[in-house]
Ligand binder design. Structure first.
Ligand code: C2E
Ligand code: MG
Ligand code: MG
Length: 741
């Protein structure tokens, strides 16, 4: 290279036979010096280390070293006379492409340049050159360029590899945290100006640590690679997927703000990541939780958006895993509540806040209660009743489940032993309790202390005990069978584990999960066929079946016709206290008549919430009593005519156009113009929200959506609603007619 420069400096005046006006050209060389220089030049060209080129005043090639033509697979004669640019190919790398684009500008301005990196117009292999050139003038007239070049492919490649290493995760090949942050910042900055939106998903694997701990780190690494591959299969094109570290992944989705679409994508991600993996010969199953935030609604800068998505993820994980969550301002309170729950749970057992409720399990044919399931309850001094769906996962994480589970087991055995008759009691067992080799002796001890006959105790195990199987599981089953207790497979159908274990694991009962029951009576439901199959499988294996979560008569009738042996659900009873059980069993046998709605209304959820209703330019505050995808029931306005149009303001920029379909006194049934979509937390939300850009245009400072309502008026003007007289009379909370709000 050094030689190239100095050698070239000496000989460039000779190139192309010119005796031009450049100072070097004027250097006087003696005959031998000229001879020497030409020889050196020749050697240099021959060595392949560097090459020379010159162009005429129109930018067409006049001279080119042979090695360049050879590299391009062309004849030198075909290249001479061509435009100089024909030697180079465009590159897809943004930075290099920009550098390459600026070269024509320099050339047309007749400026010198040195060591420009360009890509050769070479199809067979990637070749990179560094080129330099100096313009030649004669008395102020531009004559063309002379220059040199060299092949830098090897060093360029290692430079590219190094920057790739800095930007990509070497394990999965996905973008790393550094690159994701860079991309997100760049996109958000550009989009802010263009008023475009961009979604961000944070993905965290559930139970990954377990795999890492039991199967080892190489297996964990292998699993992460497979996760990355699956993610790339489901993430839409134009999105960037990265691994931030550990089992944390991130997806940037430019120009997506439809929460219906995002929910679908999140569901797909969770579903594909939850399918079983084969890792180093072992089968393992993990899950995934997803938090979603959308710019500009939930954050405008990359920091804000990441924080919002993180909070949504935290909430998704806190709500039983395998779920997605959209960011909402409420989550701040929720996160605070969860921290409080975590803290208070430690003392709950000692403070007598924990108790057991019992839900009857009824024989389908006779309505006789044959068993009861013990379910944990926590009466929190400030929060009231906290659902086990929330505190059991926390107990599992904080290692409190052992103490809690042991207490429940002992208490349930003692309670059942005090009841007349042979009523069985079912106790839920967490996979973490089941993994404890000392568990069978805890069961033996509880039975001995309470003097309950072993066959009256049923342990409910979930499919997750099979997730990351080690060899001890058969021994555990055998030990429990030796104790003489019954085993039930709980929540059947919610996991992704194989049916194979049903043949070998000694279950006495399968409990069909309520998610299979929901919608089973609707025409065309596939659940029907699945339940049929489960029942005949159970019969063949001599197991009982219990259908969980039966609420309506049509569901009960169907379960009867399918010959499901037992029913557990609100149609017979909700979980009740021990006192109520004792009272009901005073006469020995406990028979319950089913009572419930005729049909299960799957999509209508009971709510009690204040919402805004905008009509003309007036905003009313009303109470929403129930909500479905397609409509809601509201209370608070008197005598609203059918077909009145409202804009429903659910808060946080969520507006829905609705029309009154039913109206009686102070109650109206509204139908939405566009259906709502899942919010991931069992609730519903609007697909889109009022953009903060619109609010900004109306004079509000541009920030992600603030909490609560926005003073929006329908019909174009997004400024604060001007308060004219209301058209409809409003009821106050006491149910009296009142004037204006
Ligand atoms: P699970 O074992 O599947 O218990 C059945 C759940 O379904 C109970 O909820 C019950 O109240 C509810 N359920 C029963 N019938 C109906 C119905 O007709 N409609 C509806 N919507 N729900 C119905 P719960 O008591 O909130 O318990 C939730 C879960 O918490 C239980 O699901 C179980 O997995 C866990 N859990 C409860 N107690 C314990 C415990 O002592 N130990 C462990 N490890 N887990 C427990
Ligand atoms: Mg259960
Ligand atoms: Mg269950």
């Amino acid at each position: 290279m050094e030689f190239a420069r100095s050698g070239f400096g000496k000989v460039r005046g000779l190139l192309g036979g010119r005796s031009g006006g450049s100072p070097a050209a004027a250097t006087r060389l003696s005959g031998t010096e000229q001879q020497q220089a030409l020889l050196l030049l020749h050697d240099y060209e021959q060595s392949g280390l560097g090459w020379f080129w010159s162009t005429n005043s129109e930018g067409r090639i006049e001279y080119l070293s042979h090695c360049v033509a050879a590299k391009l697979g062309k004849d030198i004669g075909a290249l001479v006379g061509q435009s100089f640019h024909a030697l180079f190919a465009p590159d897809d790398n943004e930075d290099e492409a920009a550098a390459q684009r600026s070269l024509p500008l320099i050339l047309s301005a007749h400026k010198p340049f040195s060591e420009r990196v360009v890509r050769a117009a070479n199809e067979a292999e990637e070749v990179w050159w560094s080129i330099s050139g100096r313009p030649q003038f004669s008395g102020g007239t531009f004559l063309g360029y002379r220059g040199n070049g060299s092949d830098i492919t090897a060093s360029h490649r290692s430079h590219k590899d190094a920057s790739r290493l800095a930007m990509y995760d070497s394990l999965t090949g996905l973008a790393n945290r550094h690159r994701m942050t860079q991309r997100l910042t760049a996109i958000l900055t550009a989009y802010k100006a263009a008023k475009r939106s961009c979604a961000l998903m944070m993905i965290d694997l559930d139970r990954f640590k377990q795999v890492n701990d039991t199967l080892g780190h190489p297996a964990g690494d292998e699993l992460l690679k497979q996760v990355a591959q699956r993610l790339q299969q489901v993430v839409p094109e134009k999105c960037e997927t990265g691994r931030l570290g550990g089992d944390e992944f991130q997806v940037i989705l430019p120009d997506v703000d439809d929460r219906g679409n995002l929910g679908e994508i999140a569901k797909k991600i969770i579903s594909i990541l939850s399918q079983p993996y084969s890792v180093e010969g072992s089968r393992c199953v993990i899950g995934a939780s997803v938090g979603i935030a959308i710019a500009p609604y939930d954050g405008i800068s990359s920091d804000e958006l990441v924080r919002s998505a993180d909070l949504a993820l935290y909430s998704a994980k806190g709500n039983g895993r395998g779920q997605f969550r959209f960011y909402s301002a409420d989550l701040h309170n929720e996160a605070e509540r969860r921290r409080q729950i975590e803290e208070d749970l430690r003392d709950a057992l000692g403070n007598d806040q924990i108790y057991l409720a019992y839900q009857p399990v009824v024989a389908t044919s006779s309505n006789i209660v044959v068993a009861m399931e013990a379910v944990l309850r926590w009466r929190h001094p400030e929060l009231g009743e906290v659902s086990p769906g929330i505190f059991i996962p926390i107990a599992e994480e904080t290692n409190l489940i052992g103490a809690l589970g042991d207490w429940a087991l002992r208490k349930a055995c003692a309670d059942a032993a005090g009841l007349p008759g042979n009523l069985r009691v079912a106790v839920n067992v967490s996979p973490m309790q089941f993994a404890n080799p000392g568990f069978p002796s805890l069961v033996t001890q509880a039975l001995a202390d309470s003097e309950l006959a072993p066959e009256r105790l049923e342990l409910e195990l979930t499919e997750s005990i099979f997730l990351n199987v080690d060899s001890d599981i058969d021994e555990m089953f055998a030990a429990l069978k030796r104790v003489g207790v019954r085993l039930a497979l709980d929540d059947f159908g919610t996991g992704y584990s194989s049916l194979g274990y049903l043949k070998t694991a000694p279950f006495d009962k399968i409990k069909i999960d309520q998610s299979f029951i929901r919608g089973v009576t609707e025409p065309g439901s596939r659940n029907l066929a699945i339940i049929k199959a489960i029942v005949s499988l159970a019969e063949a294996l001599d197991m009982d079946t219990t259908a969980e979560g039966i609420e309506a008569h049509d569901e009960l009738d169907l379960m009867r016709s399918l010959k499901v042996s037992q029913i557990q659900g609100y149609i017979y009873a909700r979980p009740v206290t021990l006192d109520e059980v004792e009272e009901a069993m005073a006469n020995g046998e406990w028979v319950i008549d089913p009572s419930g709605p005729n049909r299960y209304r799957s999509d209508r959820m009971t709510v009690l919430r204040k919402i805004g209703l905008i009509h003309e330019d007036y905003r009313y505050e009303v109470t929403m009593r129930n909500l479905s995808r397609t409509g809601c029931l509201i209370e608070g306005l008197l005598d609203v005519p059918i077909d009145t149009h409202f804009v429903v303001d659910f808060g946080e920029g969520q507006l829905a156009v609705a029309v009154v379909k039913r109206s009686t006194g102070s109650m109206q049934g509204l139908e939405f113009e566009l259906p709502l979509v899942d919010d991931g937390a069992g609730g519903l939300c609007t697909r889109n929200r009022v953009s903060p850009y619109l609010l900004a245009a109306a004079g509000m400072p541009l920030a992600s959506l603030p909490e609560g309502y926005y003073p929006l008026a329908p019909g174009g003007s997004h400024g604060p609603a001007s308060f004219s007289m209301p058209r409809f009379a409003e009821m106050n909370d006491a149910g009296r007619k009142s004037g204006r709000a």
